[in-house]
Design a protein around this ligand. Structure first.
Ligand SMILES: Nc1nc2c(ncn2[C@@H]2O[C@H](COP(=O)(O)OP(=O)(O)OP(=O)(O)O)[C@@H](O)[C@H]2O)c(=O)[nH]1
Ligand SMILES: [Mg+2]
Length: 206
């Protein structure tokens, strides 16, 4: 079995419009989901770096598109490969507290990113593992598929469920999101799911 790690991770850029996207042609893996679902925490835990992306207990923390330059290292015996790419942290959707206008702006630039990024290879759609069938998530999924994006479903905060519920909800997700890869359980807190997700990422970009 090949060992797989993130060996470098650093903040590179912030964007709210296309002219601010990086232009160096690196592959991008983006993370999308409802506000507070755990996108920024997941990026930090994948990168073994607590302070890379800002995390908050209140929803609406990430309000811009943030690019983190990372290097994945895959080691299989003597064969060592390095893959440079971007992890892209997106603002959450479904959070109305700051007012309708701002909420609309977020969705406008998320939409623009999804449509305009030429380097997006995989979009990880994060879903709270406790709530597998919310309308907003189903709508986001349908829209992403119609935009031609490759989607991987990631069920976050799996540490909040008992083992039996985890498996049950995973099956529900597989039924609700049939084109979302094989859904995987993730816990930034308990460090569950990192290897599986990195394998899925390598599989798409390699
Ligand atoms: N128990 C548990 N809590 C988590 C996990 N991941 C994130 N959280 C908590 O959930 C809250 C939101 O986490 P963030 O990573 O900021 O969520 P986000 O999706 O980036 O939120 P926005 O940027 O506001 O859209 C924080 O209080 C985190 O500590 C997890 O795996 N398990
Ligand atoms: Mg965030």
């Amino acid at each position: 079995m090949a060992a797989l790690d993130v060996i470098q991770a650093k903040y590179v850029a912030t964007a709210v419009k296309k002219s601010q996207y990086p232009t160096d042609g690196l592959a991008e893996v983006a993370f999308l989901g409802r506000s507070n679902v755990g996108k920024s925490s997941l990026i930090n835990s994948l990168c073994n770096h607590r302070g890379l992306a800002r995390v908050s207990g209140s929803p609406g923390k990430t309000q811009t598109i943030n690019y983190y330059g990372v290097t994945l290292r895959q080691e299989d015996g003597e064969d060592v490969r390095r893959y440079p790419l971007y992890f892209v942290d997106l603002p959450g959707y479904g959070f109305a507290k700051t007012g309708k206008k701002q909420r609309d702006m977020w969705s406008a630039f998320i939409h623009e990113y999804i449509r305009e990024s030429t380097q997006l290879r995989l979009l990880c759609l994060l879903i709270d593992s406790r709530h597998p069938g919310l309308d907003l998530d189903l709508q986001a999924y349908e829209w992403l598929l119609s935009a031609g994006v490759s989607v991987q479903i990631v069920a976050t905060k799996s540490d909040k469920l008992r083992a039996r519920e985890r498996q049950q909800n995973l099956r529900t997700l597989a039924e609700l999101f049939p084109d979302g890869g094989r859904p995987l359980l993730y816990s930034s807190l308990k460090r569950q799911g990192q290897t599986l997700l990195l394998q899925q990422i390598i599989h798409t970009i390699a």
